[in-house]
Design a protein around this ligand. Structure first.
Ligand SMILES: C[S@@+](CC[C@H](N)C(=O)[O-])C[C@H]1O[C@@H](n2cnc3c(N)ncnc32)[C@H](O)[C@@H]1O
Length: 965
């Protein structure tokens, strides 16, 4: 019989406690070890030759040649020493492409020397423009030199922060002209040479050789290493004093003096006035570890183009979009959503393609090893589905690449989240796919306007960030070894993104702050959550953990913005002191309405009483199938985890002696005439030619593979044929990758009482990835005609919980929407959730739904009664209501209208704006449709709209109709 027998599943323990700490630590993929033929086995104890460097080598740069698998040519890869194993004397190296290897000192040493030489050569080239390195090294005077000097062994620990003890180093703009405030505190040529020399000092026995290698004279090396390796106390002190960057003034006086230009500096030095010249008087101030670079002048003067206006407005005068309020219009929201949908759809495919590409390269490498053509140092390829998807999106013109938005991003509210950086880049929210700061360069701005940042990512990678939630000292860009130690390895300079953040202070322009959060269901185990607009209020230069100089910018969250709402959010990388508003998980009325039948308990939460909202939904009672008898015991179990249980309400219901009229089931039950018909459903059978390879048969039936390895659909189809061991003989049974809907849901679903009279709704405590299986819609299966009769004749019976079982008539097998869908044959079976149901029957309607129905066949192959399976059409964040599109014509009949609250709800819109028609065809929406509606600029082409209107077709029930235009 086609009806599946219910399979009671073991309930998970203590559900509520798990909710808060939902994010397990994400383990980074272990980088593959390199084969290094010259090296002895790791088991042999090492090192043969003790090295003076040992742990000090950690963090230092290396360069090594590897054979590039594509060109077959050697290519130099940069990396750094990420760890040192004391016992064995091994140095772990992490390369720029994520690969790693372990080396002994003998192998490491030439690589270190090569990197040092390369760095010194680069600096020497720039130094030629300014001064002779040897001269400079006699009188080291700059910050980075000091930084290097401070790296010398046995130094005392620097204080972490000493705000306001600083030297103001700010260029004062002349009145009437925008400031070119650019404190040139960065590493100059002389500093570079000195740093090279100072590093040499760490290796006494090689100092002379290395000094020669990096082009630093003996004198210079001696300057860095006067006696036996480390500078004496006095020398160190002098260097520290010398480190005060730029032109200084007494702390606290407020006096500032413009930093001299390079030319001026050179001139002064020539005249013996410069800070590095022999005649210079050494300041006796205490070495600063924090320099407040404040106050920065506000650029409040009038640009010639818009006199008298505030800078914030002035930029607006150049038609630059500056969004002080979030734009949550239907057009903005849907255009962003459509780009995200297209991205994730292509991502699922790209993951498979990348897997294949990498596997084939690996095979080639293996073959090359076997037949002796392997080139030493060939690197293993790495998978980048995100970058591949980004190129596809750009190639198809689907990525929104427009002038950068300043302020809020249209269609992206506080709490909105993306699941990889490339997605945010395609949306246009943060266009730099790797850099943490996105900014508008000077070249894009009117003359005189400094660059400014639009968006920053707080990834928690910068060890020097100081984050208290609403206020954050954000470390600027540059000099960070993001690949291994995540420490600063060189001083940051006031250019690019740093200059841009400085521009934000001057212009009074806020930045969007997005925080990275662990999320096991994200593409890469994380999510990027928009936290709103922050003002950049101050800037300072501090010694980083690794003693180099970094810029830090004080970001303060603008008041009055929506708070991030989630109890499920645990800040992965920061200790946020800001109180997160707990989203309502108070008022549990039932801990598991499934009574242990589901893998995860399905709780029912009613917190509307807290806000004094009306309890009365469509049914005005507790969820069907809720028995109250066990509540007393179980509330004791959850203790203080569930705060504010609605005891009054429970007592009230107890007093009403509520008898649950509905039973929770996990599978369909054929009843009445349907049960008789079920005996004659077309059986599933494996053709002889596919014996031994049932998946090939499924591929043929489905016109391609249906699911990826993670259980996500590649796209929606009229119907999906799943693997079922009863007829395929598949040894994996329900664990088979092509038997997704036969397994219990992987997500922790719960019912919650909606606050606006829509009764109960469903949400998940986990992120649900796009195209993932959510749950089935099960209940009693009726013969359609018999059910129709019941609805007309039996008082209590209505069609509110009824779903037609039929393939989707609106889709082609390639997932595209049918140009002219033919009228489907009358449905023969319906699922009715009135008396028996599962959690799927509680999904409400939304005009902008985030789930869709995919018909699925498993035990039999009769197209008259496929299972009604619910899948996600977007990446759905935790605690977001899961909704379906019931069909417009059905919803229009509702007496009280639709209350979904979507930006363009059917009840609130007068006509059918084209953008909405394009956007609301949920997951069944085809690539073509998505692509049409997400044409560059997020707009919709008019002729595509017409086509969309033709194609638009709802799946809800049997009520299929061409929408009116
Ligand atoms: C399948 S039930 C959904 C679960 C239902 N909310 C409950 O509490 O049992 C469908 C009913 O929910 C209500 N409903 C669903 N979506 C709605 C919406 N967008 N606006 C108003 N009522 C809605 C309507 O009463 C509808 O008949």
């Amino acid at each position: 019989m086609p009806a599946l027998s219910p399979t009671p599943r073991r309930p998970k323990q203590a559900s509520i406690e798990n909710f808060v700490e939902m994010s397990p630590k994400v383990q980074p993929a272990a980088p593959g070890r390199k084969e290094h033929p010259k090296l002895p086995s790791r088991r042999q104890p090492k090192p043969a030759q003790p090295t003076p460097l040992c742990a000090e080598a950690v963090g230092r740069a290396v360069i090594k040649d590897f054979i590039c698998e594509v060109s077959g040519q050697p290519r130099a890869f940069r990396g750094s020493v990420s760890a040192y194993t004391v016992k064995q004397g091994w140095y772990s190296i992490l390369y720029e492409d994520g690969d790693s290897e372990d080396l002994i000192w003998d192998a490491l040493h030439p690589l270190l020397a090569r990197a040092a030489a390369a760095e010194a050569t680069a600096h020497a080239a720039s130094s030629r423009q300014l001064e002779a390195p040897a001269e400079v090294l006699k009188q080291p005077r700059k910050a980075s030199q000091t930084a290097v000097a401070q790296q010398q062994p046995k130094r005392g620990k620097q204080a972490a922060e000493q705000p306001h003890t600083s030297q103001a180093v700010v260029a004062q703009p002349k009145r009437g002209k925008p400031a070119a405030a650019k404190p040139s505190i960065g590493k100059g040529s002389s500093q570079a040479s000195a740093s090279a020399a100072a590093r040499v000092a760490k290796e006494p026995q090689r100092a002379g050789r290395k000094a020669a290698a990096v082009g630093v004279g003996k004198k210079a090396a001696a300057a860095a290493l006067p006696t036996g390796g480390a500078p004496d106390k006095k020398q160190r002190k002098r260097k520290v004093d010398d480190a005060a960057p730029g032109v200084t003034c007494a702390s606290g006086t407020g006096r500032t003096k413009a930093e001299p230009t390079k030319r001026q500096r050179k001139q002064r030095e020539g005249e013996g006035q410069g800070p590095g010249s022999k005649g210079e008087k050494q300041p006796k101030a205490k070495p600063p570890t924090v320099e407040m670079l404040l106050p920065l002048p506000k650029l409040d003067q009038h640009y010639e183009y818009a006199p008298g206006r505030e800078p914030w407005r002035t930029l607006g005068a150049f038609n630059w979009p500056i969004n002080e309020e979030p734009d949550l219009s239907a057009e903005a929201v849907y255009s962003v959503r459509d780009v995200a949908r297209a991205f994730n759809r292509h991502f699922i495919r790209a993951e498979v393609d990348e897997e294949e590409r990498v596997e084939s390269i690996k095979r080639e490498i293996e073959e090359a090893k076997l037949n002796g053509t392997f080139k030493e140092g060939t690197k293993n390829p790495s998978k980048r589905p995100d970058r591949a998807t980004e190129s596809i999106m750009l190639g198809l013109g689907l990525a929104v690449r427009r002038q950068k938005d300043v302020g809020h991003f249209p269609g992206w509210d506080v709490g909105s989240r993306g699941y990889c950086r490339a997605e945010l880049s395609c949306i246009g929210f943060h266009m730099k796919p790797v850099a943490g700061i996105d900014w508008v360069a000077k070249s894009k701005l009117p003359k005189g306007v400094p660059p400014f940042a639009t968006s920053v990512m707080v990834s928690g990678w910068y060890k020097d960030d100081a984050d208290s939630g609403a206020e954050l000292w954000y470390t600027g860009m540059g000099g960070n070894d993001l690949l291994s130690t995540r420490l600063q390895y060189k001083d940051q300079v006031m250019t690019g993104a740093n200059e841009a953040l400085q521009g934000n202070i001057q212009l009074g322009i806020p930045v969007r702050v997005t925080r990275k959060q662990l999320d096991p269901n994200g593409h890469f185990g994380c999510a990027y959550i928009y936290d709103g607009l922050y003002d950049v209020t101050a800037m300072r230069r501090v010694r980083s953990e690794s003693k180099t100089w970094v810029y830090q910018f004080c970001l303060k969250r603008r008041p009055g913005q929506a708070e991030l709402q989630s109890e499920c959010v645990t800040w992965g990388s920061i200790s946020a002191k800001r109180t997160l508003v707990p989203k309502t998980r108070q008022g549990v009325v039932d801990l598991d309405i499934s009574r242990g039948q589901e893998e995860y308990p399905v709780a029912a939460i009613d917190s509307t009483w807290l806000a004094g909202a009306d309890h009365q939904g469509p049914r005005g009672d507790i969820p069907a199938c809720t028995g109250l008898e066990h509540i007393a015991e179980e509330t004791a179990l959850v203790g203080n985890v569930v705060r504010g249980i609605n005891r009054e309400r429970i007592e009230e219901l107890r007093a009403e002696a509520y008898e649950p009229k509905v039973q929770y089931v996990t599978d369909n039950e054929f009843v009445g005439r349907a049960a008789e018909k079920a005996a004659h459903l077309k059986p599933a059978a494996l053709p002889v030619e596919f014996r031994g390879d049932p998946h090939a048969y499924l591929k043929q039936l489905n016109h391609g593979v249906a699911y990826n390895d993670k259980g996500q659909l590649f796209y929606a189809r009229p119907v999906i044929y799943e693997c079922c061991s009863a007829w395929t003989g598949c040894p994996d049974g329900k664990d088979c990758t092509q038997a997704v809907s036969q397994r219990a849901t992987k997500y922790r679903l719960e019912l919650f009482r909606t606050a606006n009279g829509r009764g109960w709704g469903v949400r998940s405590l986990d992120t649900i990835p796009q195209y993932a299986f959510v749950c089935r819609y099960v209940g009693e299966v009726y013969d359609a005609a018999e059910h129709e009769h019941l609805v007309r004749t039996v008082e209590e019976q209505d069609a509110e919980y009824t779903f037609t079982m039929a393939p989707r008539p609106d889709l082609n097998w390639d997932g595209n929407v049918k140009q002219c869908p033919e009228e489907p044959p009358a449905a023969e079976f319906v699922v009715c959730g009135l008396r028996k149901r599962n959690v799927g029957a509680f999904l409400n309607h939304s005009c902008a739904s985030n789930c869709f129905v995919q018909p699925v066949l498993d035990t039999h192959h009769d197209l008259r009664s496929p299972n009604v399976c619910i899948f996600a059409s977007d990446n759905i964040p935790p605690l977001t209501e899961l909704t379906l599109d019931y069909g417009e014509e059905y919803v229009r009949d509702w007496k009280d209208g639709c209350k979904c609250g979507a930006p363009d709800c059917v009840s609130t819109r007068a006509a059918h704006p084209p953008a909405v028609i394009a956007a609301t065809a949920a997951a069944g929406k085809t690539a073509r449709a998505v692509e049409a509606s997400t044409a560059v600029q997020g707009g919709v082409k008019e002729d595509d709209v017409a086509a969309e209107e033709q194609q638009e077709c709802k799946w809800g029930g049997s009520k299929l109709k061409q929408p009116s235009s």
